[in-house]
Design a protein around this ligand. Sequence first.
Ligand code: GTP
Ligand code: MG
Length: 193
Amino acid sequence: MKVRSAEFEISAVRPSQWPGGGLPEFAFVGRSNVGKSSLLNALLQRKSLARVSATPGKTQQMNFYRINDAFRFVDLPGYGYAAVSKSARGQFARFIETYLTAERPLLRVMHLIDIRHEPTALDVQMHRWLLQLELPVCIVATKRDKISRGAIQKHTARIRKALSTPWPMVAVSAVHRDGLEDLWKVLEDDLER
Ligand code: GTP
Ligand code: MG
C-alpha cells in the first residue's frame, strides 16, 4: 500500500464525535501495551502519529486516522490494564462494545496478541466475542522481534490453539518493520472486495 496521506482526525470519547462520511474502517484492538499504536505508526510509516508509551493505558479514547482519504484506522482503547479504576475499565469496555456493534463500515478487526505469551483470559474472552459478533478478524501477533525466528511458528500455533479461531494470523514487529507487507496484503484484499 502506498500511504500518500495519513491524518489524525479525532480522539473520540463519545459516538457523536465519530467521523462520518462512510469510509471503510479497520479497527485495532488488544490489551493495553500490546503495541497497537506502534503498529499503526509502522504501517503508516509515521514516527509518532499515534501516541506510543511505555506506560500502559495511554490510549484511552478512540482515535480515528484517515488514510489516503480512502479508509480509516481506528485505535481502540487497550483492555486489561489493571491500574486504571474499575469504572474507567467499564467505560473502555462500553466504548469498544458500542463501536463494534454500531453500524460502521467496519471491514475487519485486527486483534493484537503479544507473540511471547499465552493469550490472557481477557484475550480469549475478547476473541470469543468477536467470533460471536461475526466480524471479520485478523489476528496480529505483535513484537515478534522479542523471540527468535525459529520460535515464531511454535508461538503462533499456541495463540491459534488458545483462541480456537478460523481467522488468519500475521506475525509482525513494529520495531524491525517485519510482517507489515503481509498485513497490508490482508487490508488491501478487504479494500478491493
Ligand atoms: P495502549 O495505548 O496503552 O493500549 O498501548 P498500545 O497497545 O498502543 O502499545 P504501544 O504501541 O504504546 O506500545 C507499548 C510498548 O511496547 C512501547 O514501549 C513500545 O515501544 C513497545 N512495542 C510496541 N511494538 C513493539 C515491537 O514490535 N517490538 C518491540 N520490541 N517493542 C514494541
Ligand atoms: Mg496505544
